[in-house]
Design a binder for this molecule. Structure first.
Ligand code: AMP
Length: 193
């Protein structure tokens, strides 16, 4: 490894339940990337009882997006800490066009533009099945049937348009997210170079 031309500034994109977290973790291990997942960061804030945790809590429980400004500030700090040098995989950000714009601006200043967007495509029935299974396994409070529906609606309405925006700016690869974990990983590794 360590060859030239590896894409090390990545966005892994997809609906809740599409496998972003699993794939991002595999890429982190393989390429020593910073795995940046705002959902995980927010859950940590909530568990630690920080102000941000309190502010985010009701939105998360309802399956709504936390306001852009809070998220963008959180991600900015994280990227400035170490993402620039190590390379990063963004998992669950950006989720709105405003977040995508803010990210582009931020990375432009850091002279570290995103070099690949990987989209995990999974049909909605399969997402519901997976999220319901996760509800039992991980007991996430936002994996109840009603909240799952809301999160998928939010994805379609607020997050999917991000792809149109980014698609014009960054190379994008679409991956069949119904393939096995290993197969999806192989496809991503190929796309990374
Ligand atoms: P996740 O673990 O990525 O499914 O995120 C869990 C919850 O955290 C989401 O339902 C939102 O309430 C919040 N969240 C995570 N990422 C973002 C984001 N980029 N923008 C706004 N809210 C977010």
């Amino acid at each position: 490894m360590g060859g030239q031309g590896l894409r090390r500034r990545l966005i892994i994109f997809g609906a809740p339940g599409s496998g972003k977290g699993t794939q991002a973790e595999l890429l982190r291990e393989r390429y020593d990337l910073d795995h940046i997942a705002p959902g995980d960061m927010l859950r940590q804030h909530r568990a630690a009882g920080t102000e941000l945790g309190h502010l985010a809590s009701d939105y998360m429980a309802a399956g709504k997006l936390v306001p852009d400004e809070l998220i963008v500030n959180m991600i900015r700090h994280r990227l400035e800490e170490n993402g620039e040098l190590r390379g990063f995989v963004l998992d669950g950000f950006p989720r709105t066009v405003a977040q995508a714009r803010a990210l582009q601006e931020l990375l432009e200043k850091m002279d570290a533009p995103v070099d690949l967007v990987a989209v995990l495509e999974v049909p909605e029935e399969e997402l519901v099945t997976r999220l319901s299974r996760r509800a039992t396994e991980e007991r996430r409070e936002d994996d109840t049937p009603e909240i799952i529906k809301e999160r998928l609606r939010v994805y379609r309405e607020q997050t999917e348009p991000v792809l149109e925006y980014l698609g014009n700016l960054v190379p994008t690869v679409r991956v069949d997210g119904c393939a096995s974990v290993e197969e999806v990983n192989r496809t991503l590794v190929q796309a990374i170079g």
